[in-house]
Ligand binder design. Structure first.
Ligand SMILES: [Fe+2]
Length: 194
């Protein structure tokens, strides 16, 4: 008989405890970031993640959506050298934790006054290396892009709420100074069985 991965079950139980004890979204996500750091360093989780399927083609694995508290846990498995689009996550917080490989998180700032529909001038302000065990917390409306490293990489993501199917996010193209609204990545339900 199969079971869910114990390290992941314990992670969800701890997130539920955080959500039950804290009411502020930023505080919840700061605590979730710390707990995610422990999860992505867990050898059993790291071993298990080696078998997760690629999410190329704007997909996310949907590992957990919490019926009571609304937070979502996704995973992405990026192929080497994968180029990510520049986007935001509307009003949601997002924590990215790398469990194998390397990823880069680019951060951008907006330079125009947002008065022209469809126009957005943005500028790269910094790039953070996401190595194994590192968790990056992206606040609401922050403009960013996740880029793949030299090899395959995998990250577990905690979102403060589900946006896909409910809220549109922004996608930016710095080469044409344009911005469009569109839905986030396709959600592929995926259970971590042993
Ligand atoms: Fe993102």
């Amino acid at each position: 008989m199969s079971n869910k991965l114990p390290a992941f079950d314990a992670f969800i139980a701890d997130l539920r405890k955080i959500w039950s004890q804290e009411s502020d979204t930023q505080r919840r996500m700061e605590l979730a970031r710390d707990r995610l750091e422990t999860l992505v360093r867990d050898p059993a989780l790291q071993r298990h993640s080696q078998s997760w399927p690629s999410t190329e083609g704007r997909k996310n694995l949907l590992l957990h959506e919490d019926d009571d508290y609304g937070f979502v846990v996704n995973a992405v498995v990026r192929e080497p050298g994968r180029l990510g689009g520049v986007h935001d996550h509307a009003h949601a917080y997002t924590a990215y934790g790398v469990c194998y490989g390397e990823e880069y998180l680019e951060r951008y700032e907006r330079l125009d006054d947002k008065s022209q529909p469809g126009f957005a001038q943005i500028r790269l302000t910094g790039t953070t290396l996401g190595a194994v065990g590192v968790v990056d917390l992206v606040p609401p409306w922050a403009i960013h892009a996740e880029q793949g490293g030299k090899g395959r990489s995998c990250a577990v993501i905690v979102r403060s709420e589900r946006l896909v199917g409910k809220v549109l996010q922004h996608n930016y193209d710095p080469t044409t100074n344009s911005v469009v609204e569109r839905s986030g990545p396709e959600q592929i339900p995926y259970r971590l069985m042993i």
